[in-house]
Design a protein around this ligand. Structure first.
Ligand SMILES: Cc1ncc(C[n+]2csc(CCOP(=O)(O)OP(=O)(O)O)c2C)c(N)n1
Ligand SMILES: [Mg+2]
Length: 324
């Protein structure tokens, strides 16, 4: 069936009418070949609660950054707080006291616009003081709108131009192989970022060089700057595309530590292929009025909105702390 669709992104000027055949662009729901469900890997309940508390503190830090700058990207920061927390507090071999250790695991935030979440995570992990967060995007701060590897302790790659970060991360994974090092490389990219052609060049590259030390997470929140990814430039079915490029693919839940941990364990056990973990997530996660709302992609909350968001996160944190 051929349907008429109008693409009129708010930055794109004139509306463009295009004919899009539903059968050409991943008709229907993508087939989830291998879905790791909630609670897949049994983890200590107390540890899960502790990680949840940290992740919500990261969310609080991210919002404080964006509010203090009156600019930035809250929605996509809130959707990756859980996976960042898991990576930096449970999975990666890193040392905040020695951020340049040559044997450390590497992390690249390819969706660099969500730096507020990375800064919150690095600060909570002890790479730099949490008190520096409100300096975000200020002229004299090292915490700029996109991560700078030359200024921010713990940042392994400067990112912001979508597609480039994950490509550099693939290069790091190849470097580990060439140097006979056993560090692993992790990268998070956005689902809108998948619309950038360079992503698929690196997908070809990483499979060609059998980079089984390389794991990427696609933050599948369904939204990019102009709204629904499937309407802007449909990248679905994401899992089948990575599979076709030669990757091991796992579908997981971005807000369930046991699902993510099972996926990461499986990635580590996979030989001869890189792994793509497609994480179903909620943009704006845990702030009621930001959830699934593309208006919060790149907008800062006003005072009353910030207060409301912080009180919602504080309530979640208080409930988790009470259950410890
Ligand atoms: C090469 C490039 N083109 C355009 C942009 C502007 N831009 C910043 S964020 C964004 C949308 C990204 O959407 P997505 O990857 O889904 O991010 P998330 O939903 O995780 O915030 C765009 C187009 C950019 N940073 N880099
Ligand atoms: Mg997105």
């Amino acid at each position: 069936m051929v349907v008429e669709k109008t693409a009129a992104g708010k930055n794109s000027g004139a509306a463009v009418s295009v004919n899009v055949s539903e059968t050409d662009v991943g008709a229907g729901a993508p087939a989830l070949k291998h879905y790791i469900t909630k609670g897949a890997k049994k983890m200590d309940k107390k540890r899960i609660t502790e990680l949840s508390i940290i992740a919500n503190k990261v969310r609080r830090d991210a919002l404080t950054a964006v509010y203090s700058a009156a600019s930035g990207h809250p929605g996509g920061s809130l959707s990756i707080a859980d996976v960042l927390t898991l990576l930096y507090f449970e999975v990666m071999n890193i040392d905040p006291k020695n951020p340049k250790d040559e044997n450390r695991d590497r992390f690249v935030l390819s969706k660099g616009h969500t730096a507020p979440a990375l800064y919150g995570t690095l600060a909570e992990r002890g790479f730099f003081p949490v008190e520096d967060i409100p300096g975000f995007r200020h002229i004299d701060s090292y915490l700029q709108g996109h991560p700078d590897m030359n200024k921010v302790p713990g940042v392994d790659m400067s990112t912001g131009s979508l597609g480039q970060g994950v490509s550099a991360a693939g290069g790091m994974a190849l470097a580990a192989k060439l140097d006979n090092k056993d560090y692993r490389v992790y990268s998070i990219l956005g689902d809108g970022e998948l619309e950038e052609g360079q992503v698929w060049e690196q997908a070809m590259f990483a499979a060609h060089y059998k980079l089984d030390n390389f794991t990427i997470f696609v933050d599948n929140n369904g939204l990019q700057i102009d709204g629904d990814i499937s309407k802007v430039m449909n990248p679905n079915p994401i899992d089948k595309k990575f599979e076709a490029f030669g990757w091991h693919v796992i579908n997981a839940d971005a807000h369930d530590f046991e699902s993510l941990m099972a996926a990461i364990d499986e990635a580590k056990a996979t030989k001869g292929q890189p792994t793509a973990i497609i994480m179903k997530s909620v943009k704006g996660k845990n702030v009621s009025f930001m959830e699934n709302n593309p208006a919060w992609h790149g907008a800062a909350p006003k005072k009353d909105e910030y207060d409301q968001a912080i009180s919602e996160l504080d309530a979640i944190i208080a409930e988790l702390e009470a259950s410890l």
